[in-house]
Design a protein around this ligand. Sequence first.
Ligand SMILES: [Zn+2]
Length: 241
Amino acid sequence: MSDDLPTPARALAVGAHPDDVEFGCGGTLAKWAAAGCEIAHLVCTDGSKGSWDPADDPATLVASRQVEQRAASVALGGSGDVVFLGWRDGELESGLRQRADVCFWIRKLRPDVVLGHDPWKRYRLHPDHRHAGQLLVEGVVAARDPHFFPEQSVAPHRPSAMLLWEADEPDHVEDIGTSLDAKLAALLAHRSQYRSTMDIDDPGDADQVERFRTKIRDRAADAGRDAGVAYAEVFKLVTKL
Ligand SMILES: [Zn+2]
């Protein structure tokens, strides 16, 4: 296991849905932001299926998830600037149009480190997570080469490292001892997801909120154990970009 990359000047995290970035690498982003890194979010889908309530209006949900995602970015120490690609939730594809989108934003934002879903995670069920991971990998390949999408009005860019969360073969850990609280605050900014992903039926019930915080804390403690730190996030690190 390698550990703790040098703090990048700029980092871009690519998630399928609002909240994926916070679950996957929120602690790492918050740690870097506190050390002066510019962090950016790119959310591939509109999040319109992120509710178990059939009566929920998808357009209202999309709008509130954007507000929540910006608040989460701020909680991590970011500027709140978030790119929403707006592909329909549950129907994300890793086609050329989507790849051009991701390529464009890598070229425009010029991150040193990119972070995203591991597209090769075995037995992953959610197609959006697999496609979002694929888009990051293929977007990086396209972004570095001037012959890919030459019509784009931005110069090619090659990040120096890629970190994949929920990795099939994790080999890198980031110590998040100083930033776990920021990760928790950012996750809890996603209020529309309390019921469906955080098992919080009543946001006013402090015990339910604390149960979620404990779950995330325990997960980070498990990840940190092998590395000898209190709390960590684990990744597959790819540096041959
Ligand atoms: Zn997701």
